[in-house]
Design a protein around this ligand. Structure first.
Ligand code: ZN
Length: 198
């Protein structure tokens, strides 16, 4: 239907919490279609409504690759009802052109949401797959949280933002996440050991 302009890091609306959708009306369905069109036009794997300037609790994901058929997934009023484990995720975001950095994520999530027909569904994503990490990334957008807030190394993240002429990291937004930090540090150490022995 329409490709929308993507809100970039530094614009205040990306930090605003989004509102619940009261009814999956035709207007909402049109917005979902615009979100998918916008995501595909940028070769993105996910997009949240606030990224096109609509502070509503909706995100879309498509993690299909290569020759696989498109597999759009729509999440309206999502709730993460279970999460566990930890993994390191190398992430970027359409609101942060070209900038990628390592962030902390859960390995497993269970999410409950409404689809475009207003029907409730539950989805599980395991093993730190792209889908599992993407759900967390997009869900965060609805609460004004950005992937860099989960940075494993804030200095590295700052360098990346500078390199791509993005505004500086908002240090006060960095998340503490003790339950993830410990597990992720162990994963990092294990990686260093493996590299030494390689
Ligand atoms: Zn994003």
């Amino acid at each position: 239907m329409a490709i929308k302009k993507i809100v970039k890091f530094g614009e205040p609306s990306l930090r605003e919490p989004s509102k619940e959708v009261h009814k999956v009306s035709q207007k909402i369905k049109n917005l979902v279609q615009d979100m998918l069109d916008t995501m595909y036009s940028q070769n993105g794997v996910g997009l949240a409504a606030p990224q096109i300037g609509e502070n509503l609790r909706i995100f879309v994901i498509d993690v299909s690759t290569g020759n696989e058929p498109l597999n759009p997934m729509v999440f309206i009023n999502p709730k993460i009802i279970k999460k566990s484990g930890a993994c390191i995720s190398h992430e970027g975001c359409l609101s942060f052109p070209e900038a990628y950095t390592d962030v902390k994520r859960y390995e497993y999530v269970m999410v409950k949401a409404l689809d475009t027909n207003g029907r409730s569904f539950v989805m599980e994503a395991k093993d730190g797959t792209l889908l599992a990490r993407c759900i967390q990334h997009e869900f965060d957008h609805l609460d004004g949280i950005l992937f860099v807030d989960h940075s494993i190394n804030r200095f590295e993240a700052e360098e990346v933002l500078k390199k791509f002429n993005l505004p500086p990291l908002q240090v006060e937004k960095l998340l503490d996440e003790p339950e993830l930090t410990e597990a992720v540090n162990k994963l990092k150490e294990a990686q260093v050991e493996k590299d030494k022995n390689a």
